[in-house]
Ligand binder design. Structure first.
Ligand code: HEM
Length: 470
């Protein structure tokens, strides 16, 4: 599979680094966390200019080494079970629960390959119809308005796209029918609990109480697990053949039925549904809204995409509401534009790891106890990875060589913990953009401000002008 660099020298306890090695430049400064959170793009860019793509900081406490060069990024991504730990706070780990892919490095590979069929390949092809329908339905709600708040409008639709696929619950029929017998009685209630759960990951206080974001998050987590348990029981009670490509839950239920003693315990199934919705919903919503913003800003790219859509659809009417898997594969420029959006506005800021041993790479020693932060904000703007990095140029991802930028283009992380949902994220975004391009024209109302953490996204109050294409 991957990916470890053979020339990473792992130092055993007491072993001194070879002569001539140096530590990364820059001394950690006490205002680093504040400066990074206040303006992460500026923090990364200024330090990159002054110190190069690897430098020490005190971001989030202790010594945190930011890395952006491909080899150092590769070293950071692939140290599991050898020289790194997943350095997440205990509160975040509790929110994950013991069935996440970050919890048990010893079971990681087995769990990841078992989960993969529900989020890739044939499964994605079979999810395409639902994605089309949910998005087409969702954007119908935009028609009466000549302005929409971009991020909230996109986020609402993404929830309706992703929840049926990941939690295996239909949101299309009547609420009474969908939620009958379940401990949550409507999609609004489900969304509210999901939001409380998601906020729990980022609570600052470790106090488990209804007065803290973390405490409320844990409570919502327990309620959502109970909800998933009831969904699973209802599915089993319905009996019959399980179609493993119907949704992510079906894939796991089918695998559990076939091999009852393998990976898929009930607890893992319930937890995984919830975790995948958490891992995907805000990230995809952020990406889709950033893409629509970029297209509003770069009108020429938007025009080129309209041409591509016309070519791909041939004689098919512009208003037909289904884009087939085959047509979507042909939308190369759209895919490149999504990647360029991910390069310039990566939703996910970092992959953070802690060094359990000192390592030496390319003459630099990374000391045990330090954290490593692989930053797309650095990797995506170094000329070694991307020429003219400040130019928005989707065509750079059409070049054949672009595929080789494995550790230079890292919006989805990379290596051992590379995002399991990358293909799904691109697919949803492609379908979303195709429907919006077919139905609407839009204009920006100034430049948006961005929320930077935990996920980079356009602020809620940013609106765009919208007109229906007739
Ligand atoms: C634009 C959308 C997305 C972005 C930007 C994104 C970003 C990332 C990043 C940066 C990582 C690596 C984290 C690390 O190494 O610490 C990651 C891991 C992961 N993502 Fe995504 N993600 C997206 C969508 C999704 C979707 C749609 C799913 C599933 C439905 C998903 C599931 C996962 C999982 C399970 C992992 C952990 C993989 C492992 O530990 O081996 N993500 N994602």
């Amino acid at each position: 599979m991957v990916q470890q660099l053979s020339d990473v020298l792992v130092l055993e306890e007491g072993q001194t680094p070879p002569t001539g090695t140096i530590t990364p430049p820059r001394q950690p400064k006490w205002l680093d966390t504040f400066n990074y959170i206040a303006n992460p793009d500026q923090f990364c860019r200024q330090n990159l200019t002054k110190y190069g793509p690897i430098f020490k900081t005190s971001v989030f406490g202790g010594t945190t080494i930011f890395v952006g060069s491909p080899r150092a990024v590769q070293m950071t991504f692939n140290g599991d079970l050898n020289y790194t730990d997943i350095a997440l706070p205990a509160t975040t780990m509790n929110m994950f629960g013991e069935y996440s892919l970050f919890q048990r490095p010893d079971l990681h590979r087995q769990r990841k390959s078992a989960l993969s069929p529900g989020l890739t390949g044939h499964a994605l092809n079979s999810y395409t119809l639902h994605m089309n329908q949910a998005i087409a339905r969702g954007i119908q709600d935009w028609i009466p308005f000549n302005k929409i708040a971009l991020y909230p409008a996109v986020e609402k639709i993404c929830f309706n796209v992703l929840t049926p696929l990941l939690l295996g619950i239909d949101l299309n029929n009547s609420e009474f029918f969908n939620f009958k017998g379940l401990p949550v009685s409507s999609s609004t209630e489900l969304k509210a609990r999901f939001n409380t759960f998601s906020n729990g990951f980022y609570g600052l206080s470790k106090w488990q109480s209804r007065f803290t974001t973390y405490g409320r998050g844990l409570k919502a987590r327990a309620e959502l697990i109970e909800f998933m348990r009831a969904v699973v029981q209802r599915r089993r009670a319905e009996g019959g053949e399980i179609n493993p490509t119907a949704d992510f839950l079906s894939m796991m239920l089918a695998a559990a039925k076939e091999n009852p003693n393998e990976v898929f315990t009930d607890a893992l199934i319930e937890n995984q549904c919830l975790l995948e919705l958490w891992a995907s919903h805000f990230q995809i919503s952020g990406l889709v809204s950033s893409l629509l913003y970029k297209l509003g800003r770069y009108r020429q790219v938007l025009q080129q995409l309209r041409q591509e859509q016309t070519q791909v659809r041939g004689k098919q009417s512009n208003t037909s509401s289904i884009f087939s898997a085959e047509q979507l594969k042909q939308m190369k420029l759209l895919e490149a534009t999504i990647k360029e959006t991910l390069r310039t506005l990566p939703p996910s800021s970092t992959a953070k790891r802690q060094l359990t041993k000192s390592v030496v790479l390319d003459g630099v020693v990374y000391e045990k106890g330090c954290s490593l932060m692989a930053e797309p904000r650095i990797a995506h703007i170094i000329p070694e990875n991307f020429s003219a990095p400040d130019v928005f140029a989707p065509e750079r991802f059409l070049e054949e060589s672009s595929e080789s930028k494995k550790y230079g283009f890292i919006p989805f992380g990379g290596g051992v913990h590379a995002c399991l949902g990358a293909q799904m994220a691109i697919l949803v975004t492609k379908i979303f953009a195709s429907h919006v391009l077919a139905q609407f024209d839009w204009e920006l109302m100034g430049d948006p401000k961005f929320v930077q953490f935990p996920i980079k996204r356009i602020q809620d109050n940013y609106q765009i002008n919208l007109s229906k294409i007739v």
